[in-house]
Structures are given as C-alpha cells and as structure tokens.
Design a protein around this ligand. Sequence first.
Ligand SMILES: Nc1ncnc2c1ncn2[C@@H]1O[C@H](COP(=O)(O)OP(=O)(O)O)[C@@H](O)[C@H]1O
Ligand SMILES: O=C(CO)[C@@H](O)[C@H](O)COP(=O)(O)O
Length: 507
Amino acid sequence: MTTLTNSCYLGFDFSTQQLKVVAIDGNLQVIHQNNVQFDSDLPAFRTQGGVHVHGDGLTVTSPVHMWVKALDLILEKMKNAGFDFSCVKAISGSGQQHGSVYWKNGTRTSLQLLDPDRDLHSLLQVFFAVLDSPVWMDSSTVKQCQYLESAVGGAQQLADITGSRAYERFTSSQIAKIHQLQPNKYNETERISLVSSFAASLFLGDYAAIDYSDGSGMNLMDIFTKQWSLPCLKATAPMLAAKLCDPTPSTALLGSISSYFVKRFGFPEHCKVVAFTGDNPGSLAGMRLQEGDIAVSLGTSDTVFLWITEPRPAVEGHIFCNPVDCSSYMALICYKNGSLTRERIRNECSGGSWESFSSALWSTPMGNNGSIGIYFDVVEIIPPAIGIYRFDQHDKRVDAFTREVEIRALVEGQFLAKRVHAQKLGYRIIPGTKVLATGGASSNKAILQVLSDVFNAPVYTIDVANSACLGSAFRAMHDGILLLGKCHAISEEAADAYVLLTPTPFI
Ligand SMILES: Nc1ncnc2c1ncn2[C@@H]1O[C@H](COP(=O)(O)OP(=O)(O)O)[C@@H](O)[C@H]1O
Ligand SMILES: O=C(CO)[C@@H](O)[C@H](O)COP(=O)(O)O
C-alpha cells in the first residue's frame, strides 16, 4: 500500500465526559490521539461526569461554553505536542446524541468573521440563547413526549415515522420544553443544532446541517423520506423548520474549514469538513460493523447497535438512518445505567480500583451460582424503571450480596438485559456472530469476558477505544463516501489488530 505521509485526517468526538480527537494518516494508521476531560481539565464549569444534574433530579444539561472551551484547549494541546495542522486534508466528528444548542439571532454572520488572534471561548461569549444545553441524560420531558405521541396518533405511529416512540432525551421534547418554559430564549434562537452539527459549525464558520443519522435521534425526522416530518414539527414548536434547516446526508461534504483555523492553527485553506454525526453512528463507522455483527458501546451510556437493511420501528429501541450507507439503517438500544453505575459499585465494593473490580470478576464463576441483580441508579430507558433488585439462587429477593457476587451480578445483569433486548429487536445469535466492543470500559478484559460469556460469542475490541473518533477520521478520509462495513470488515486474518475474547468453556 502507498504511504501518504503528508496527509492526515482528524476525527473529533464531543461525548458526555470529554472531547477526544484521533488523527490518522493515509494508511489508516493512528498518528495522534488527545483528549480534554470536562470535569478535571475545565473545573471552572463545575460539571460531574460532564453534566449538571438539576435540583429536580430529572433535568440534565451541559454548559455550551464548556464545549467551546474544550475545543480551544484540545487544539492548543495538539499544537504543544507538535502536531502539524498543515497536513490535515479533512476533518469530521461526532457528538453525544440528542443534545441541542441554541444559536442567538444574528450570530451566523459573526461566526463567519472570527478574529484569529482570540480564542473561541472569548469570541463566542454572546452567541447562544440557551447557555445550558439539554443532553441525553435528561428525563424531564414526560409531558412533552405524551403530547407528541398523541398529536401523531400514538407511540407506534410516531415510531413508524421517526424510528422511535417519544423519548424524554430526544430533541423534539427538549425543544418543546424550551419553547414552553423559556419562550423568549426560543424566540431569540435563529438556529438549533445537535451537539454534532454545533461542533461542525465551529469548524465550518457557518451553520452546519444536521445529518440524517444523528437527525434520526430527534423524533422530528421521517427516517424514510429523510425530511422533517410536518406533524412532528407542528407538535413541537412554531417556526421550527426555519430554525433547523434541511437535514443532509451523513456523507455530505459541508465545505472548507473556516479561515479562523487556517490563520490561528495553520490548517490548509482547502481542508474539508465532512458532516459530523452522532457518537453511536460514528462508532458504527469506526468499528467497521458488518451486517450480522452486534456492537456494544460501553461509554458513559451503554448502547447496543446493529447494521440493518429492513427497518421495523417498534415501541422499544430506536431505528436511525445508517451513517455510511444511505440505503441502510442502524438499530440501537441505549441504557443510562452503564459506566456510572459500574463506577458506583467499583467504589463501594472494590475501593475505587478497576483492578480489584476485575479480580472479583475473574474470581467468581460464570452464572454467579445463580445470584443475579438489576441496578438502576437512575430511571432506565428500557425498561423505564428505577431501583436495585437482587435475587439469590432460589429466586428469592435479598438485600445484599458479598462484594464479589455484587460485582458479577451487576455486570452479568447489564449484559443479560442487552442480549434479551437485542433478541427482542430480532437479532439472532448464530455461529459466526461477532460482538464488537468499544467505549471506555472496553479496555477492561474481565468485563469483556463476561460479555462474551453472556452472548456466547467471541468479543472483539479495537485498540483505539474511541471508535467514534476513529470512525469520524475514516469518514473524513473518504469524504464520508465509504462502505467501511463492507471493505474493512473484521476478519479472522485481521484479528491481530483486535483483542479477542471467546466464551469460557463449560466444564
Ligand atoms: N478500566 C476500566 N474498566 C471499566 N470501566 C472503565 C475503565 N476505564 C474507563 N472506564 C469507564 O469508561 C467511562 C468513559 O468512557 P468513554 O467512552 O470515554 O465515555 P464518553 O465517550 O461517554 O465520554 C468512564 O465513565 C469509566 O467508568
Ligand atoms: O443517548 C444516547 C444514544 O441514544 C447516548 O449513547 C449518547 O449518544 C451519549 O453517548 P456516550 O457519551 O455515552 O458515548
């Protein structure tokens, strides 16, 4: 293969707890990785896990200025590490899904004329009508969801149009809530972006369109016509179509990078910006998912997703447009009680150490001698329930387990739920099934071993835990026009690039 030494491609991921970046060269080799942790690198914003949980325990937001400052910081970190921006041919990126950003009237022109001598954080101080952006962890919009479903004829009807019944975290109900509770701020807004298209707008120096795949997580887009659905727009807020503008294919080339980045960091003038998408769609590209594979992302949220060609929207789970193949779709299930719940149990049962947490998993038998638990610290998405439930080998509810049993009960319970829900969506585990794992917790082999045992299938994970960033860099390289699922599929021969765990044999 030819080595294209002077070209590189950047993929950013604006996720819940951090901003990450991966640079790849023309041979798809990772040449640079960097990140900014919101809580520790930007303590002035006082977030916990990248968010603010409000007094009602249901409203969850992130400061939009924190994301802007994080971009300033990550680019400075890259510069200080000697990264050569003049080699960047194209960039793309992803963002936590469903979250929304509200640009104030008149900011578009200012975005096009940013002074390269100043950082973005100081330049964008007055750009946003809403300073606390609602994010995917929010569950304060039950009323708005009920209204939306009844306006279009019910939950299944809404799913038939948008791929999902109404979910509290989805953008329609979040926009409706802002319009109802803060009408002035809604009226002051000229453009609403998702986190992904907001980030793309910063690089483009202009408002970037929402892509089809991330746009599918709004309860606003018809996933078959790929246009905003008029009944959904009408049931959400007035004048909404004008504030969203038309959605665009996830593979779209949006334009060249803004002159701000050319002058301030030395990006080439012709560096391209490819549409940004959601972090889960970005991961689908980065993991080179093929039809038949199942992906499990263990980031802040846990998600399970599949590449599908025959979408059948249901009242459980979501169907999104596929980010790499416009004629396909992806099915996704999301869990709120993911890494943060594992962290809580780690703190309580293994002194805050992942090593001890892993040792507990290695030292307890598959199946946990019949002990099982359900751990919903916050209201779960599927099922919408809260509370801690433990059952012993006689199916008797108990109040406590030993520490080791608790750790295994948590992890086995989390993965059993994923398997059951994936099967309810129609997924079949057959010989040849591969489970592809990504996200922060995919670096933990003991957790992956449980995943392999529960799914009774081999688990693969790539050495770049952030597949959303990697996927974005791939998408940037191919101008978004790629069929990675087909041409870079994981094969047994390519297994050296992956960590592979196989189910524990029954003795
Ligand atoms: N060794 C580990 N074992 C288990 N979980 C881990 C480990 N290292 C990191 N994590 C989990 O990864 C999570 C962050 O994952 P990440 O994919 O970076 O999140 P996000 O993209 O949502 O910001 C943390 O909340 C942490 O619990
Ligand atoms: O709500 C969803 C998917 O529907 C979440 O998966 C968010 O997209 C957040 O992702 P992470 O930051 O946990 O990766």
